[in-house]
Write a protein that binds this ligand. Structure first.
Ligand code: EPZ
Length: 417
């Protein structure tokens, strides 16, 4: 298992370009099989999750070629509609392949993706929505067998604005008869991107970014060329790294409107942040003030994916921060690791009480999940002495060459395989 060895306490200075968004490229890749014409997607990051999705598509008979950050997809040879257990487990987000496989093949057999590091990750909202669209679902031997031959457009209400369930409905209803609406839909930027992408393929979808999305089914979709949006979680993670370590960094190729919930908190805690078109400049010199009370929530609320990095940031802020994790039930596994570095954090149920200390001290810590691992790297960058972050395969699922990214800004990080 690879690890990062971090010699902390250095300021971060320089400029960096933000890579494409994992949580947008994944549904775009799923959507690509809705046509047998060629699809090209640019700004696709080199991440384990993206490579897993490519492997799953290839196993279904889809031709997928990567040239640098461009991925070309030709699914004329799509012949299978089954996602086996190992692949479904390896990549939970393969669950929204259900919608696109059903949209194209009218049948799907997907192994239950099961839980992951941060929670049980049920898919009941997905299945309820699909059944409201008259998809016949039989759950047997750990597989979900779906039959969409009699799929009917409908008005679907989501009991919770699930990102994946919203994406699944958009993917299935894009090619259908009639108009489907999704009420209480997720409003994340990645949903807007999926709408834009599908519409460049000839779909007729409207309302993404609001709680009500309208999908007017069409008979066929065609190929397209698309450039994926920047990763808002990577942007937020780097902003918090600079806030913690001090320094002056310019982030290029990003979109500040996607994370204004974080930017406002960082400014309030003492950072200087300037934004212009696709750039964010952050300067941080003194110890930050605590960010008070924060709850994670569906977009445009504070993103759960930036909860762990914020806990790391709050660990060295001046004062107490109270953070409530409303989305996933097991997303505090980075906290015991941060406490090994001298953080003063108490947890009760889904509430973390973080009392900032002047500086963390280096330690051997273990990444338990993607965003928790990123939080440990941020803690190591700002801590005195050496920090070793083990099991960084979790981090590499969502951050492209995180070590090189911070070394380019003046940090001392070595990856040891
Ligand atoms: C997406 O996951 C993201 N993943 C997650 O990012 C992100 O944390 C999450 O949205 C919330 O923003 C991708 O886009 C690939 P949900 P998703 O369905 O679609 C419950 C990362 O770190 N729920 O909105 O799975 C669920 O248990 C990852 O990049 C049900 O109960 O999120 C959770 O508590 C982690 N039943 C909440 O809803 C369902 O059928 C949010 O889930 C579906 C979800």
């Amino acid at each position: 298992m690879s690890k990062y060895v971090i010699n902390g306490g250095k300021k971060l200075n320089g400029d960096i370009t933000i890579h494409g968004a994992k949580n947008s490229v994944l549904p775009l890749l799923a959507a690509s099989i809705l046509t047998d014409e060629t699809i090209r997607i640019g700004n696709c990051p080199n991440l384990a999750d993206v490579e897993n999705m490519i492997r799953i598509l290839s196993a279904l008979g889809v031709q997928v070629e990567r040239e640098g950050n461009y991925i070309e997809i030709k699914s004329g040879g799509l012949f299978a509609y089954e996602i086996p257990k190992r692949q479904a487990k390896e990549l939970r987000s393969s669950v929204f392949l259900m919608g696109s496989i059903l949209g194209r093949m009218k049948k799907a057999k997907v192994a239950y993706p099961g839980g992951c590091d941060i929670g049980l990750r049920p898919i009941d909202i997905h299945l309820k929505a699909l059944s409201e669209l008259n998809v016949k679902i039989v759950e047997k031997y750990g597989y979900i067998n779906c039959d969409a031959t009699r799929m009917r457009a409908a008005n679907v209400f989501l009991d919770y604005p699930s990102v994946g369930a919203t994406e699944n409905i958009m993917l299935l209803a894009a090619i259908s008869d009639g108009t489907t609406t999704v009420s209480n839909a997720a409003r994340e930027p990645e949903i807007i991107e999926l709408q834009k992408f599908l519409n460049t393929m000839g779909a007729k979808i409207d309302g993404a970014g609001t709680s009500c999305i309208k999908i007017e089914g069409v008979q066929k979709l065609h190929g397209t060329d698309y450039y994926a949006m920047p990763d808002r979680i990577v942007t937020g993670t780097i902003l918090m790294a600079v806030a913690m370590c001090g320094g002056n960094v310019l982030l290029n190729g990003t979109n500040y409107t996607h994370i204004d919930s974080l930017i406002s908190k960082l400014v309030k805690s003492g950072c200087n942040i300037a934004v212009k078109s696709d750039k964010i400049c952050i300067q941080s010199s003194d110890r930050l003030a605590s960010m008070g009370y924060i709850e994670t929530g569906p977009y445009p609320g504070y993103p759960t994916d930036l909860q762990a990095p914020l806990v790391a940031l709050a660990s060295t802020a001046d004062g107490t921060t109270i953070l409530v994790e409303n989305i996933f039930e097991n997303r505090f596994k980075h906290i015991p690791e941060l406490c090994k570095m001298g953080a003063n954090i108490k947890v009760k149920d889904r509430i973390a009480f973080i009392t900032g200390v002047k500086q963390l001290t280096g330690a051997e810590v273990v990444a338990m999940d993607l965003r928790g691992g990123a939080a440990l790297v941020l803690a190591g960058l700002s801590a005195a002495q050496l920090t070793v972050v083990h099991d960084i395969q979790h981090i590499e699922r969502g951050y492209e060459e995180m070590d090189k990214c911070f070394v380019a800004l003046g940090a001392d990080v070595i990856k040891i395989n």
